[in-house]
Design a protein around this ligand. Structure first.
Ligand SMILES: Nc1ncnc2c1ncn2[C@@H]1O[C@H](COP(=O)(O)OP(=O)(O)OP(=O)(O)O)[C@@H](O)[C@H]1O
Length: 224
């Protein structure tokens, strides 16, 4: 079966630092993968390389059977926007906008009409359990609620792949569980491939596979 997203021989360098080397990874539709490993081992670099955000020194990234890394920057951004959802530790939501407006934004960039985008945004906010605060500004809700809005935003356009870098890192245990429940439930419902960078074994327990990164390489063994 063709992988949805595949890395072949990835190498990423920042100046003299080799952040990733010889990475092979294939993600199938509906797979749920934790990326674990020590601080500085290359986990964020891996997620950014899979998303086509950082330039590769060597290797290839394939998205749905086509090369991602060789596309022009504009086409890569478009492919990322259309087919991927990204969630980061502190969200990157617009604090002055409401939850629903934040979730509508990428849909509208993709050409969805405002009324349709709003309906879909409210639907996903309901699925992640924050519909009751949908019209509050991000700055006026809790960290857990904002992070669930970030999950809603990443999933609203029904991406094939969700890449989440420490999505629960700033949250207490209860909020962290809510965010992971929301991510995994929507992955099950929509068949999304889910990749979650985490230090937390409780977070990894929500996922089916674990990839351990050590010194820029995928290693087999017990996560640190
Ligand atoms: N923009 C950058 N410029 C230079 N070096 C970088 C840059 N980003 C990351 N690095 C280096 O690349 C290596 C891998 O970093 P990366 O952020 O991918 O690790 P990580 O496993 O995600 O770390 P953490 O768990 O602490 O977030 C580290 O040595 C880091 O210092």
């Amino acid at each position: 079966m063709t992988a949805l997203l595949e890395a072949r021989g990835l190498r990423v360098e920042y100046g003299a630092t080799v952040a990733l080397d010889a990475i092979d990874l294939a993600l199938a539709a509906g797979s749920r993968t934790a990326v674990m490993g020590p601080s500085g081992s290359g986990k964020s670099s891996l997620v950014h390389a899979l998303a086509g955000i950082v330039p590769l020194s060597a290797g290839e990234v394939w998205l749905e059977g086509g090369r991602l890394d060789t596309l022009s920057e504009a086409r890569r951004s478009r492919a990322r926007l259309a087919r991927m959802g990204m969630v980061f530790q502190f969200g990157d939501l617009v604090p002055e906008l409401t939850l629903v407006e934040n979730v509508m934004l990428p849909l509208q960039v993709l050409g969805t009409r405002a009324a349709t985008a709003r309906r879909r945004a409210v639907e996903v906010l309901e699925q992640v359990g924050v519909a009751e605060v949908a019209d509050r500004r991000i700055g006026a809700v809790s960290g857990g609620q904002a992070q669930r809005a970030a999950v809603a935003r990443a999933l609203a356009h029904r991406p094939a792949i969700v890449l989440a870098d420490e999505p629960t890192g700033a949250l207490d245990t209860v909020s962290s569980e809510q965010v992971m429940d929301a991510l995994t439930r929507l992955s099950v419902d929509q068949g999304t491939a889910l990749v979650v960078v985490t230090h937390d074994h409780r977070v990894a327990a929500h996922l089916d596979d674990v990839v351990v990164v050590r010194d820029g390489r995928i290693s087999v063994g017990i996560p640190a």
